[in-house]
Design a protein around this ligand. Structure first.
Ligand SMILES: NC(=O)c1ccc[n+]([C@@H]2O[C@H](COP(=O)([O-])OP(=O)(O)OC[C@H]3O[C@@H](n4cnc5c(N)ncnc54)[C@H](OP(=O)(O)O)[C@@H]3O)[C@@H](O)[C@H]2O)c1
Length: 265
């Protein structure tokens, strides 16, 4: 069954102008969904919106706002009053790479709002409406970093664990209500944000970085079948070793050591 037949006609992608969010928007436009796209920078967002509406003949509306602002979920809900959202993809995230105390606490608060509070509020609002009508889907972006303590990515990793646990919990609550929700746990993915972070090579055995389109394809294959998944065969293999075979202390040390090496800390 196509995504449109199963879920409806309109998708909201929060954090949509580039990278994995843009790949979600592109795939959903290709499936015929009308789109609402959110990001802070008007220009790249509008450029993507124009390209998608031209190519796929779908309606695309942009909302330019900062998803880490307090009260932003209420603003989005009010802007979309009367618009039914059938698929919600929450993609935007902030990750501070470096020592926890070396970064001002307002930065950690901002990451907590962007990565946890806003998605929780949007899922509460739009997911609630999906449950009322008995149809819909939610994708929450998570990360391999959220499976164990990840030194030098501390707040980011903790917020990504939150997303996964929230999605898995709601999967259970909603599994008989017609609403699918999944946490998409990505590993390294070649996005503009990832490239800007300038990661070094950790080891020849590290899983290869994925393309955003591949993460999206894997996600939609698994949506409705499981509460969460790890994207990429290499990442699934690495996770099996880290989570199932190694003691937790070793997994935490490997994560911290790799991050230090990758970002020359
Ligand atoms: N890339 C990876 O290697 C990787 C690995 C694991 C997990 N992930 C997860 O995958 C998701 C996407 O990652 P990504 O690398 O594609 O991109 P990203 O750099 O995290 O964000 C991409 C999109 O989010 C928007 N955005 C960022 N902050 C925002 C804010 N405060 N308010 C509104 N929009 C905002 C950006 O547009 P504007 O800048 O215009 O706002 C952009 O369109 C994240 O949740 C990340 O945790 C990524």
């Amino acid at each position: 069954m196509s995504l449109k037949t199963k879920y409806g006609a309109t998708a909201l992608v929060a954090g949509a102008s580039e990278g994995i969010g843009a790949a979600f928007a592109t795939r959903l436009a290709a499936e015929g969904f009308g789109l609402i796209l959110i990001a802070r920078r008007q220009e790249p967002l509008q450029k993507l919106a124009d390209a998608l509406s031209d190519k796929y003949k779908v309606s695309v509306r942009c909302i330019v706002c900062d998803l880490s602002d307090e009260g932003v979920s209420e603003h989005i809900a009010a802007s979309l009053e009367g618009t039914e959202i059938d698929i919600l993809v929450y993609n935007a995230a902030l990750s501070h790479i470096g020592s926890f105390i070396g970064h001002p606490s307002e930065g950690h608060n901002q990451a907590a709002r962007l990565n946890m509070i806003t998605p929780m509020n949007l899922v509460h609002h739009f997911g609630g409406k999906m449950v009322e009508k008995g149809r819909g889907a939610v994708v929450m972006m998570s990360s391999m970093a959220g499976f164990q303590g990840s030194g030098f990515l501390a707040t980011y990793a903790a917020t990504k664990a939150f997303n996964r646990v929230l999605a898995e919990s709601l999967w259970y609550e909603w599994k008989d209500k017609g609403v699918d929700i999944i946490a998409c746990c990505a590993g390294a993915t070649v996005t503009p944000g990832y490239i800007r972070s300038a990661p070094g090579k950790v080891s020849l055995l590290a899983p290869a970085a994925q393309k955003p389109e591949d993460v999206v394809r894997e996600c939609f294959t698994r949506l409705g079948r499981r509460p969460s998944f790890i994207s990429g065969g290499g990442n699934r293999f690495a996770s099996f070793i880290m989570q199932r075979l190694l003691p937790r202390i070793t997994a935490v040390k490997i994560m911290g050591d790799n991050t230090r090496k990758m970002y020359r800390l």
